[in-house]
Design a protein around this ligand. Structure first.
Ligand code: DSN
Length: 414
């Protein structure tokens, strides 16, 4: 029976969401549009199979085909990141990070990560996350210029003496210098763990510094710039760490792996290994750069003054409206972004003085610099006259027309 005839309620809501994704301009920096073939295998009979354990060492019978699938995913992941060991079972980036901590740390150990309000991630030690509850967490941040000051990170590391330094960010527009982090980790005798979830698609295309060979362990999600299915992965070159990571994920924090998602990761990695992937990743960066240039020319401040990756962080500290106001006005105009704290923040995390805007999803639709120039000007038009709801409606209609020329999915796929 089809979903439409069995559960019309969920079918209709899924269709509404499909329409929203197609008609609006998706500019949340962590979102992307995955490939139809990735979704095909994610919606396949592989969801029926239990396969606790790892290829060749399962606790269930009948795993001969899923063993091959998982091994292909592992091999492609290793090739992609140029590393020796990969675990493709984490259900999410957060679980990947929890798995890494569980493998290399004991409860109460000290970790040093990037402050959430400076662009870090919840799982890098925020007190509301298990990473901040199970471990004693300390933070570095960015300077008022929006950049990490590596000398300052070293100073903090020397005082804290962490067992692990976590690098990686959710809202940082500049390249992360993994070699500098390695030097700091070596100076204080810490493990170096990189969470490259946001930048992984650029890293594997050679468009961002490589975390290997500098980092002991690297984690990522597979659905952001990598454009695969929703999920997590962990990579390392250290055999002892790899064994500990495997035990930490299963049986440590997960049971049966999601074999349909692991197959979808393998299909996503095949895309990431293709020549076309480099073209996509280059365009993601070029589009973010164009976005930043136009916003600067229209009188908007960017945290760190520009971008080296897939996102810009608009600072609204010198504007009479908040990140929340901008988020709402842009949403009414058919542009989906998220409010974000900025260095020197004066508002609460629910209001903020910044907006994070990313290029990966619209680049996946085939948009290039010309479209990003047009969209950036529309963003500035809306923000310049933030209470003008008639303008917001007009821009929404214009951008819907633009979106209709860059088809990403159609109804027949669902
Ligand atoms: N939620 C992701 C982001 O938006 O950056 C991080 O997990």
């Amino acid at each position: 029976m089809s979903l439409e005839s069995y559960d019309k309620e969920i079918f209709d809501l899924t269709q509404n969401e499909l329409k929203r994704q197609c008609d609006h301009l998706e500019m949340i920096a962590s979102e992307n549009f995955t490939y139809p073939e990735v979704m095909e295998v994610m919606g396949s009979i592989l969801t029926n199979k239990y396969a606790e354990g790892y290829p060749g060492k399962r606790y269930y019978g009948g795993c001969e085909f899923v063993d091959e699938i998982e091994q292909i995913a592992i091999d492609r992941c290793k090739k992609l990141f140029g590393c020796e060991f990969a675990n493709v079972q984490p259900n999410s980036g957060s679980q990947a990070n929890q798995g890494v901590y569980g493998a290399l740390l004991n409860p109460g150990d000290k970790i040093l990560g990037m402050d959430l309000s400076h662009g870090g991630h919840l799982t890098h030690g925020a007190k509301v996350s298990s990473s901040g509850k199970m471990y004693e967490s300390f933070f570095y941040g960015v300077e008022l210029d929006g950049r990490i000051n590596y000398d300052k990170v070293l100073e903090i590391a020397k005082v804290v003496r962490p067992k692990m330094i976590v690098c990686g960010a959710s809202a940082y527009a500049r390249q992360i210098d993994f070699a500098k982090f390695r030097a700091i980790a070596d100076e204080v005798g810490a493990y170096l763990f990189a969470d490259v979830a946001h930048i992984a698609g650029l890293v594997v295309a050679g468009e961002h510094n490589d975390p290997f060979p500098h980092c002991d362990v690297v984690s990522s999600t597979t659905h952001k710039t990598l454009r695969g299915p929703r999920g997590g992965i962990i990579m390392t070159n250290n055999e002892e760490f790899a064994k500990k990571i495997n035990s930490s994920i299963f049986p440590g924090i997960q049971g049966g792996p999601l074999m349909h998602v692991i197959a979808a990761k393998a299909v996503g990695f095949k895309h990431n290994l293709s020549d076309e992937w480099r073209v996509y990743a280059k365009q993601v960066k070029a589009n973010a750069k164009k976005l930043g240039e136009v916003m600067l020319s229209r009188g908007y401040d960017l945290v760190s003054g520009g971008t080296d990756n897939h996102l810009i962080l608009l600072s609204l500290l010198n504007k009479p409206f908040s990140g929340k106001d901008a988020d709402i006005a842009l949403g009414n105009s058919g542009i989906t972004v998220n409010k974000n704290t900025v260095p020197g923040e004066i508002r609460s995390p629910f209001v903020t003085s910044g907006v994070r805007i990313g290029s990966p999803a619209l680049t996946a639709r085939g948009m290039k610099e010309a479209e990003f120039e047009l969209i950036a000007n529309k963003i500035a038009d809306v923000l310049d006259d933030i209470n003008n709801t008639a303008l917001q409606a007009k821009v929404k209609a214009e951008l819907k027309e633009l979106a209709s020329k860059f088809i990403i999915y159609n109804k027949a796929m669902f």
